[in-house]
Structure formats: C-alpha cells, structure tokens
Design a protein around this ligand. Structure first.
Ligand code: FAQ
Length: 343
C-alpha cells in the first residue's frame, strides 16, 4: 500500500511531551538511512521528496524524468508542423489541444524533477547543450497529415504502454504525475486511431497515405522502449528500485501484441514480414529491430535531430521575455502580499 502524500516520515521539529519521553531513536547514520530506504522499497511504499534516498536513485530519477520532460516538449514540434494544415476546423482544434497537452506534461515532469533538488532552467540548458537526451522518435519528420494519425496511434500508444507501469513508480511525485499524463495520452491515442481509421476507409490516395505513415513510424515506435534488456544500462537497477516496473523487452512485446489486432481493424498492414502469432509463447513474434539505427538517432544522427534542437533553442530565446514577465509578476505579487501582511 502506498502512503498518501500527506504522511511525512521526516521527524517534526520540536515535538510533544510524549515524544520527548520516547526511547532515543537510533542515530540517522548512513547505514540506518539506507536500511530504511531499502525497507520502503521492499514494502512497495513510496519515496517522497523529503525522504533520504541514495545518490544513485536520485540521479537515475533526475535523468529519466528530465529525459521524459524534454521528450514531451520536443514532441510538440513534429505535430506543431501540421496545425496550420489540418484538413478541417475540428481536426485543427483537436490537434492544438493535443500539442498543448504535451506542453502541460512537460511542465508536470519538470516540476516532478525539481522535487529532487534540480532547477528546470539547468535541465533545459543541458537539453540545449545536447547533454541530456529526449526520445529518439521525435527525430523523424512528419511528411503528411496521416503522420498525425500514426503518431497518435503508435507513438502515444507506445508512450501509454511505457507510462502506465510508471504510475506505480516508487518515487511519489513521478508516479502521481504519470496518472494524469496517462489519462490524456489515452485520449491522444484514440484521436490518432480515428484519423487513421478515417483515412484508411477513404479514397485510395488516403489509404495509401495512411499505410505510408504507419510504414515509416512502426519501427521507430518499437525503438521508443529502449534497447533490449540485455543491452540496457539501467533496467536492472531501475527495476530493483521500483522506478521501472517492467523491462524494455516486455513492454515492447505487449505493445506489438496490442497493435496487431488494432492494425487489422484499421485495414492497415504492419511493415514486418516476420510478424506472426506464436502459439507456444502466447505472443506475436516480430522481426529484428535495427538497433544500430536507434544508436545513431540517440547520438544525434537522425533525420531531424539538428532541426529539433535548433528550433527548441530559438523558442527558448524568443520566450525569454515571457519568463521575465512571469518573474516580475511573481515578485510584485509576493511584495504586495508581504506588505498586506505587515499592514
Ligand atoms: N530515445 O538503459 P536504458 C511521449 C537511452 S514521451 C532516446 O534502457 P532507461 C509522449 C537511455 O536514456 C516519450 N534515448 O535506459 C508524446 C539511456 O541513456 P543514458 C518518452 C533512449 O532509462 C507522444 C540509454 O539509452 N518517454 O512520447 C531511448 O532505463 C506524442 C540506455 O537505455 C519516456 O521518457 C530512446 N527511445 O530506459 C509526446 C518515458 N531508449 O541516460 C508528444 C520514461 C533508451 O544512460 C507526442 N522513460 N535511451 O545516457 C523510460 O521509461 C526509460 O527512460 C526508457 C529507457 C524506457 C525510455
């Protein structure tokens, strides 16, 4: 059972008479703190911001949450590209709302990262300097309207598959942020399916457009889950800490198993000749993922890496006045509240 957010373990300053008479607690030595942390993890309890945590746990969370936040805001670019060209007012309104949701997800995630003692400005600097990553999937171009469907169906679909287990992440603020994010991603996934369904039941040119989008996004979507477990640097430790609940391979397999019948409903063929049901495993077998491609894209050599980072940097610079205005407003508000309190 997870504790609620309002149940701090940090001892209160001061203390009641009863507390003063209580037997002396063992000192908070390193070993004692580690034991308490290990016990919370073993009991599937949550770690909260003021709890002691090992440096590696904190660092892993900062890395993963920051990468996740960066993915959300960079992920606004491929779809933002189609807002002005959406085929109807309804589709345009939906797409604007979706892109706005991604910005919101970025904000929850930067806030969750800040509870670990980092500053979002510093995280953004690391992104802009290429020192922190974002998801490989957003380095692929969006060439047609059908790509909005493929991103919703496959990319949001993969994101949900990965993020639902993260709702049970051992770190409280990350797990709680994921609950809301997953609800919104689920709507995003359905709107993508709806776009593809409309196109794949439309004219031959629309059907071809839908198939082409899925052909281009299928394999990169499978790469979103990360390298195979045997080559994954962090999976074993992150799973032991309850940060990740499932390995990269298991999530990828679950995603394939869910997509096959959905592709059938869409009348779309998944671009993998090796895809077939395996009675013994109770799962679909699928072809070899090109891991060299994932490595290249992560290292900066994908089709759009340069463009994405360039655009992000200029958006940050162009938005400087908004941050300054927000700061000035907050200062003014703070000063007038302080003056009122003194009056
Ligand atoms: N792309 O040892 P592992 C979305 C890196 S949100 C880039 O397996 P880990 C919403 C990894 O960081 C999509 N880098 O690592 C949306 C590590 O590098 P490092 C983002 C990747 O952390 C939809 C190294 O490779 N979601 O789509 C990738 O245990 C539509 C070794 O890998 C999240 O971030 C990759 N695909 O597992 C928005 C979810 N895969 O730091 C707009 C949270 C691996 O050692 C439109 N994150 N790397 O230098 C996670 O679940 C995990 O971080 C994984 C990777 C599963 C991504």
């Amino acid at each position: 059972m997870h504790r609620g957010v309002d149940a701090p373990r940090t001892p209160a300053v001061g203390g009641s008479a009863a507390a003063e008479q209580a037997p002396a607690k063992p000192p908070d030595t390193g070993a004692h703190l580690q034991q308490r942390f290990d016990a919370l993890i073993a009991d599937d309890e949550r770690i909260e911001p003021r709890d002691w945590m090992p440096t590696g746990y904190r660092k892993t969370l900062i890395r993963q949450i920051a990468q996740h936040a960066h993915s959300e805001i960079i992920g606004m670019q491929p779809e933002g590209n189609w807002i002005t060209r959406a085929p109807s007012l309804r589709r345009k309104a939906i797409l604007i709302a979706k892109v706005q949701d991604e910005a919101g997800h970025g904000l929850y995630l930067y806030s969750a990262a800040e509870t670990l003692g980092v500053d979002r400005e510093d995280l953004l600097d690391l992104l802009h300097e290429g020192k922190q990553k974002y998801s490989s999937i957003f380095n692929y171009p969006t060439l047609s309207w059908a790509d909005m469907g493929a991103i919703g169906w496959l990319v949001d679909g993969a994101a949900i598959m990965n993020q639902v287990p993260l709702c049970r992440c051992s770190y409280g603020p990350y797990g709680r942020a994921m609950v809301r994010v997953c609800k919104e991603e689920s709507f995003h996934q359905r709107q993508g399916f709806d776009i593809l369904h409309t196109l794949s039941h439309g004219t031959p040119a629309q059907q071809a457009m839908a198939q082409d989008a899925v052909d281009r996004f299928w394999w990169p979507s499978l790469m979103m889950f990360g390298p195979p477990d045997e080559r994954s640097a962090h999976t074993a430790q992150s799973t032991a800490w309850g940060i990740k609940r499932l390995g990269n391979d298991e999530l990828r397999q679950r995603f394939v198993d869910i997509c096959v019948p959905q592709a059938r409903a869409l009348d779309i063929t998944l671009p993998d000749p090796d895809l077939r049901w395996n009675e013994n495993r109770g799962h679909y077998d699928f072809g070899a993922v090109d891991w060299a491609e994932l490595t290249r894209v992560i290292k900066g050599d994908g089709p759009c890496n340069e463009q994405r980072i360039q655009r992000r940097r200029s958006a940050h610079e162009e938005g400087a006045w908004v941050r300054e205005a927000a700061d000035a407003y907050a200062r003014k508000h703070h000063n007038s509240s302080a003056a009122e309190a003194l009056a």
